[in-house]
Design a protein around this ligand. Structure first.
Ligand SMILES: [Ca+2]
Length: 402
């Protein structure tokens, strides 16, 4: 299989802060499988989420474009049939499918409730999961409209069970069914855990204390990740399969930081393994944006990036291989009343588009020393650059926010 396009598995946790895994140095939860996965490959110290919220984060890795540029910078509204990821966007699934991949999505989609936004219309061969932003893990009902948005491909279904168990089972069935199939596959397994509601998973007693259930959910998520890795090995796929683990935002129930554009909300858990290709036990500190996975997966799959639109994603494969090459590009964030812009190591934070913090992240990663007063010209320039970027995005959004 040497030289052929690899299989790619992207597993995603929902609202899991970095404190949940001790490979970031703060052991709070019991996650032995995620820790052993991290030790088997590379841990990214500076993987930053483009917008720290479920739907925009998903828009990012699916399209390789900034969610604000696409117009998915908030959660889709189930009452609005026009709110979802435009079919004019080109997803990584569509791109890889065009390069000969089989493509599957199991778990959370969250990029539109109307049937036209079904993942099968976005390049996936198969879908087993839900469009809901969150849902009861057992009844699968979304508490905003009390409806199930659970589908197998295009058909509504009501399979019984805890959401992430069902999705993991489906992933394992998929991996076990690859025998005799020479095509590579792209599998996106998007868990709901540990997003609320905080319900104990199978095998755990439900507690009245949501913090206890939250801990159980992370431990169970760890088991699910481990089951997938075990199956990859059992099927003899490990040597030709890249496995990436990502969380969709940095803020979590236990770190208290919420959906903010400070570093603590943007830095997410991310690690990857591929025996023989990714150095064991390595760490990468170069900052990159999570949607760079789009260009990185495209490169590995031999797919050309679309040339008719702005692609924000950069190919960061060298970082996976242990080559710490800087990624040369500005970084922009915008969410609700906050904005942030980073050029090199300097980051400007704004509230209501007014600067309120300038930080040198190389020296001050926790954003404690505000340099605004000593660099007024730089602050003004950075603000102008960022607002110009926002205006440019506003003009060309394909999925308009409401
Ligand atoms: Ca989330």
């Amino acid at each position: 299989m040497k030289g052929s396009a690899p299989n790619i598995i992207l597993m995603v946790a929902d609202n899991m802060g970095r404190e949940a895994v001790d490979y970031y140095g703060d052991p709070v939860f019991d996650t032995p499988r995620m820790n052993s996965m991290a030790r088997a490959g590379v841990v990214f110290e500076n993987c930053l989420i483009a917008t720290p919220l479920c739907a925009p984060a998903r828009c990012g890795w699916n399209t390789g474009r900034h969610p604000y540029r696409v117009g998915i910078n908030k959660q889709p509204n189930p009452a609005d049939p026009e709110h979802g990821l435009s079919l004019h966007e080109i997803t990584i699934a569509r791109l890889l499918k065009g390069a000969g991949y089989d493509t599957a999505l199991f778990g959370k989609w969250n990029l539109g409730y109307d049937e036209k936004f079904n993942p099968l219309n976005h390049g996936f061969d198969t879908f087993y999961g839900s469009n809901a932003g969150h849902a009861d893990y057992y009844t699968h009902l979304y508490n905003r409209d009390m409806k199930s948005h659970f589908f197998r491909d295009r058909e509504p279904i009501e399979d019984e069970g805890y959401f992430d168990t069902l999705f993991t089972n489906e992933a394992i069935k998929y991996l076990g069914g690859r025998g005799g199939n020479d095509r590579p596959f792209y599998l996106n397994l998007a868990f709901y855990a540990p997003h609320g509601p905080y319900q104990a998973p199978p095998g755990y007693y439900h507690s009245n204390d949501p913090d206890v259930n939250y801990r159980y959910m992370i431990e169970y998520l760890d088991l699910c990740v481990g089951r997938v890795i075990d199956e990859v090995e059992a099927q003899g796929l490990a040597e030709n399969t890249l496995v990436v683990f990502l969380s969709d935002q940095g803020g979590s129930r236990t770190n208290g930081y919420g959906r903010v554009l400070w570093e603590r909300g943007l830095k997410v858990a991310c690690n990857a393994m591929w025996p023989g290709r990714i150095p064991v036990g390595s760490r990468s500190v170069v900052p990159w944006i999570h949607y760079d996975l789009f260009a990185t997966f495209a490169r590995l799959g031999g797919a050309q990036l679309p040339s008719d639109r702005v692609i924000d994603a950069r190919d960061v494969w060298p970082l996976f291989e242990g080559k710490e090459e800087p990624v040369d590009r500005p970084m922009h964030w915008t969410y609700r009343s906050e904005d942030a812009y980073r050029g090199g190591d300097l980051k400007l934070h704004m509230t209501d588009e007014q600067p309120d913090g300038l930080f040198d992240l190389a020296r001050d990663p926790d954003e404690k020393v505000n340099l605004m007063e000593s660099h007024p010209d730089r602050v003004r320039q950075m603000r102008e650059t960022h607002l110009a970027w926002k205006s440019e995005c506003d003009e060309k959004q394909t999925s308009h926010p409401h």
